[in-house]
Design a protein around this ligand. Structure first.
Ligand SMILES: NC(=O)c1ccc[n+]([C@@H]2O[C@H](COP(=O)([O-])OP(=O)(O)OC[C@H]3O[C@@H](n4cnc5c(N)ncnc54)[C@H](OP(=O)(O)O)[C@@H]3O)[C@@H](O)[C@H]2O)c1
Length: 426
């Protein structure tokens, strides 16, 4: 099927000249794509612009039967409809990468919400946009409902940022929040998230941290100006967290949150993704449910936080439409080519759970095992001792992963036990 759109209103094909109607070619008419179609007529309230989606690409034409838009399964027909802006809402890496490259080579601005595409091919795509002199915008790829990337890119403050710490995945924040609030197991909280629409039927990409690590790679590229490969970042899922871990985290003065964090001192980057102990006074400690948040710190120690909805088709589409307006109005954000980063896992405090099959060590004994690895215990939860429980939970001062791993090996050997460790924020 081929679509030839009515584009009489637009006198040019590459968006270089202004017109009062911006024509979108939409790649992908799923949850996000449909929201773009629905919200486009009411989106363009600035600069006297109107936005119209002129054609949409799907894989299977039967999937779009109820969509009020000319659909095609032929990418060539999308380009033939002469859009000024291509919105990529396919997901994944291919054919998204090939079609975005083709759009840029044709001089057509591109807007995408696809963090996977950016995490794995961002450098190539940004270089192509740079070479072609057309905008490539991706505000909706990280914390879709909070337009902070474009805002920061215009501010000198951004050049001084040295670390980002955030909750960038709503599914895992919802699951951990529900475990704590309703005192239920991980499996029950995940099932609840799936029932309420906060988790997909296959939530593995979220709960294993792969969604968050792709977003972190996009953030590092944008804010640190270096390339980091998502698989090079330490990544852990939330599946090992228990109700007891939540209780003892509270006893130790904090809470467990799904954290994505990176700090840099060029060209060195230390980064991790995983459930982490967050002190109660930290701005991220109070962000509950599916809400996302990000804290940025600059080299003078100034901290700025952004909090808001992370995903959902409507918030994502509305940020995409903002990007469409900016791209069409040629307020492009240009990106220098980025050198590769040296990636390492950071030194942080650790939240430790010790379970023993042959008797627990007391506080001084644990401290002495830790001290042999130059690891210092900050405090120990007393809940377990008061209840005569089978576990010990403690917080350490900052140390490297290899040090804490040597500590857990020594503690396991001394108690015939099984220690689990998660990072903690300072
Ligand atoms: N959902 C959210 O809340 C959200 C939030 C932020 C960012 N995003 C990002 O937005 C993007 C789209 O997400 P979504 O939830 O809208 O996905 P979705 O509901 O699965 O929709 C994907 C669309 O792309 C089409 N498509 C996929 N592969 C194709 C191919 N090879 N050829 C032609 N069409 C193809 C599908 O067509 P068929 O239906 O015919 O298969 C469908 O129309 C993803 O990158 C996602 O990460 C989503």
């Amino acid at each position: 099927m081929t679509v030839v759109a009515d584009h009489a209103v637009v006198a040019q094909s590459n968006g270089r000249e202004r017109s009062s109607e911006i024509h979108i070619g939409l790649l992908g008419v799923g949850r996000v794509g449909r929201a773009v179609v629905r919200l486009a007529p009411s989106a363009a309230k600035v600069a006297g612009q109107r936005i119209r989606v002129v054609s949409g690409l799907v894989r299977d034409l039967r999937s779009g039967r109820d969509c009020p838009l000319p659909l095609t399964d032929d990418p060539g027909a999308i380009f033939a409809s002469a859009p000024q802006v291509i919105v990529e809402a396919l997901g994944g890496t291919e054919p998204a990468r090939t079609l975005v490259l083709e759009a840029l080579a044709r001089g057509i601005a591109v807007v995408t919400a696809n963090k996977t595409l950016l995490a794995y091919h961002g450098e190539e795509l940004l270089a192509a946009a740079w070479a072609a002199g057309v905008p490539l915008r991706y505000e909706a790829s990280v914390i879709a409902g909070v337009p902070f990337l474009g805002t920061l890119a215009r501010r000198p403050f951004a050049a001084n940022i040295t670390s980002i710490t955030g909750i960038v995945n709503g599914t895992t924040n919802y699951v951990l929040s529900e475990m704590r609030r309703a005192r239920i197991s991980y499996a029950d909280a995940l099932a609840e998230a799936q029932r309420c629409g906060y988790a997909e039927a296959d939530a593995s990409k979220d709960v294993n941290g792969f969604d968050a690590v792709e977003k972190l790679a996009v953030l590092v590229r944008q804010l640190a100006g270096v390339r980091v490969a998502a698989p090079a970042i330490e990544t852990r899922g939330i599946g090992g967290i228990t109700a007891a871990d939540h209780e003892h985290a509270a006893e130790l003065g904090g809470t467990i949150k799904p954290i994505a964090s990176a700090a840099w001192d060029h060209p060195q980057i230390s980064a991790f993704v995983g459930p982490s102990f967050v002190p109660a006074a930290h701005p991220l400690a109070k962000i509950e449910g599916s809400t996302n948040g990000i804290c940025l710190r600059d080299r003078d120690g100034r901290e700025v936080s952004f909090i808001g909805p992370g995903a959902g088709p409507d918030v994502t589409a509305s940020t995409i439409l903002d990007d469409v307006l900016e791209a069409a109005l040629e307020r492009a954000l240009w990106h220098e080519p980025a050198p590769a980063a040296n990636t390492a896992a950071p030194s942080t405090p650790w939240f430790v759970r010790l379970a023993s099959r042959s008797g627990l060590l007391d506080g001084p004994e644990i401290a002495s095992v830790c001290a042999r690895q130059n690891v210092w215990v900050e405090r120990t939860s007393s809940l377990d001792t008061r209840r005569g429980g089978e576990g010990r939970w403690l917080l350490t001062y900052p140390c490297r992963r290899d040090q804490i791993e040597r500590v857990t090996t020594a503690l396991n050997a001394a108690t015939n036990g099984e220690a689990a460790v998660w990072r903690a924020l300072a």
